[in-house]
Design a protein around this ligand. Structure first.
Ligand SMILES: [Zn+2]
Length: 273
């Protein structure tokens, strides 16, 4: 939930750009990989930045999002380049009554035909979270961080308990920032309804989910930056894990007792240790 005074459209466009650059800086977005969307439920006037208007049928019905405004990356756009010209790389969708259609606002110099091919998962996660919590702000980032994605190719890391009891123990901050740990879904075809359904379900319990053999999706109801940070915290943990595998698993990790005392001190409610 974001408290008033609410950020202006230009601030949000810049924030999406900054998050895109951040995700690219940590090598989680090669080429045109990855996508970002933000859902806001306070009044926004998109026409100054996005004067071109067309009607769009939404990939699923989202009655809870009627009146909401979504900033979404265009298909094929590079996350690292959004910041150079956010209006050319993003679409602004205003969901119409009933949640079946949206008015899509874009710039005269937009550099894409359609919104991201993962838009169905973005929209479904926004709808599900807003339905559950009533938040007025929700950000979702899909990224392809190398170390997390690599670990998902090793079968034992696709077990959510195994993944978390290994990755969360390299730095004290990891469990503080990811108290629900990292969710996991099996490999599912990008853009598919199955991936969308599994993602909604996992993001009900976690703030970030690993899409096996593909990447991650992270969410935040506070800021886009926080969603990007979640990708970085999880990826850093995966990097330690990878280093340890390369070093023939010589690292001690934080012990279960150490993890418990961290959680006690910082009042972290968690279920892994
Ligand atoms: Zn992807």
């Amino acid at each position: 939930m974001v408290e008033a005074p609410y950020p202006e459209l230009d601030d949000l466009l810049r924030a999406v750009g900054d998050a895109g650059r951040h995700v690219a800086d940590i090598e989680a977005s090669e080429g045109a990989a990855g996508n970002i969307s933000v859902c806001l439920r306070w009044p926004v006037e998109p026409r100054t930045r996005f004067p071109v208007i067309e009607r769009l049928e939404l990939p699923q019905v989202v009655p809870d999002l009627a009146g909401a405004c979504l900033l979404v990356t265009g298909s094929g756009r590079r996350l690292r380049e959004i910041v150079d010209d956010p209006a050319a790389n993003l679409a602004c969708l205003v969901v119409e009554e009933g949640g079946r259609t949206a008015r899509m606002h874009t710039s005269h110099h937009r550099r894409f035909e359609r919104v991201t091919s993962e838009f169905n998962s973005h929209l479904a996660v926004h709808g599900d979270q807003i339905h559950a919590t009533g938040t007025n702000f929700h950000a979702v980032i899909h990224a392809q961080p190398i170390y997390l994605t690599y670990l998902s190719h090793v079968p034992r890391y696709r077990d959510v308990t195994f993944l978390n009891t290994h990755l969360l123990r390299w730095q004290p901050e990891t469990i503080v920032n990811l108290p629900e740990g990292i969710g996991v879904v099996p490999f599912l075809v990008p853009g598919s309804a199955d991936l969308m359904t599994a993602t909604i379900e996992s993001l009900r319990r976690h703030r970030i989910v690993l899409w096996s053999k593909h990447g991650v999706m992270a969410r935040s109801d506070l800021s886009i930056k926080r969603a990007a940070d979640r990708v970085e915290y999880a990826e850093t943990a995966a990097k330690y894990e990878y280093l340890d595998l390369c070093a023939r698993e010589g690292g001690e990790r934080l012990t279960v007792e150490e993890m418990r005392s961290i959680c006690e001190t910082f009042q972290v409610r968690q279920e892994f240790f």
